[in-house]
Write a protein that binds this ligand. Structure first.
Ligand SMILES: O=P(O)(O)OC[C@H]1O[C@H](OP(=O)(O)OP(=O)(O)O)[C@H](O)[C@@H]1O
Ligand SMILES: O=c1[nH]c(=O)c2nc[nH]c2[nH]1
Ligand SMILES: [Mg+2]
Length: 165
């Protein structure tokens, strides 16, 4: 699959992630009650844990999907679906992921749980129509760097990043 041109970089700290996941919990509390959460691994695990804590949800399961090797999107692999969970068609359940980008992962998981409420912390325009609730939108050519993927190091001035395309 062609490599997406990510011209902009959007690093997210643990504090921002916590704050935004909590903001998502605030949006979701009045849309409940929720029977449980399906976290899309691995990125959905962190916001799912924060939302589960805030909404006092203890029924949590996973759908395991992998579709990127770092920034290169490839065919999505479903490593585990909803078999064994009691989510049924998803009615009353929350699906949580860190972000929706092209929306491919969301399409796959929505098919498994057509009646679930799909919520992400971040959304890019191509995936946005597939999400019921999200907090922050970034442009399609932005790569979001999550705190579990990064470490502190020197960063180029924005002007230099622009010049390098
Ligand atoms: O909207 P899409 O274009 O499908 O991209 C979004 C998905 O990609 C990332 O997961 P990834 O497949 O990289 O696996 P990971 O969560 O284990 O890092 C991210 O966590 C979303 O699940
Ligand atoms: O860490 C990530 N940042 C992103 O912007 C992204 N898009 C798809 N998958 C992603 N993973
Ligand atoms: Mg993921």
């Amino acid at each position: 699959m062609a490599e997406a041109p990510f011209n902009k970089h959007f690093p997210v700290s643990w504090e921002e992630m916590h704050r935004n996941a909590k903001a998502l919990a605030w949006r979701l509390i009045d849309k409940g009650p929720w029977k449980g959460i399906i976290a899309i691994t691995r990125g959905g695990l962190v916001p799912a844990a924060i939302i589960a804590r805030e909404l006092e949800i203890r029924m949590i399961d996973t759908v395991c999907v992998s579709s990127y090797d770092h920034q290169n999107q490839r065919e999505a692999m479903v490593l585990k679906g909803t078999e064994g969970s009691n989510a049924g068609d998803g009615e009353g359940w929350l699906i949580i992921d860190d972000l929706v980008d092209t929306g491919k992962t969301a399409v796959i998981v929505r098919k498994m749980l057509p009646k679930a409420h799909f919520a992400t912390v971040y959304a890019k325009p191509a995936g946005r129509p597939l999400v019921d609730t999200f907090i922050t939108e970034v442009s399609q050519d932005t790569w979001i760097h999550f705190p579990w993927d990064i470490e502190l190091q020197f960063s180029q001035p924005i002007a230099k990043q622009r010049n390098n395309g």
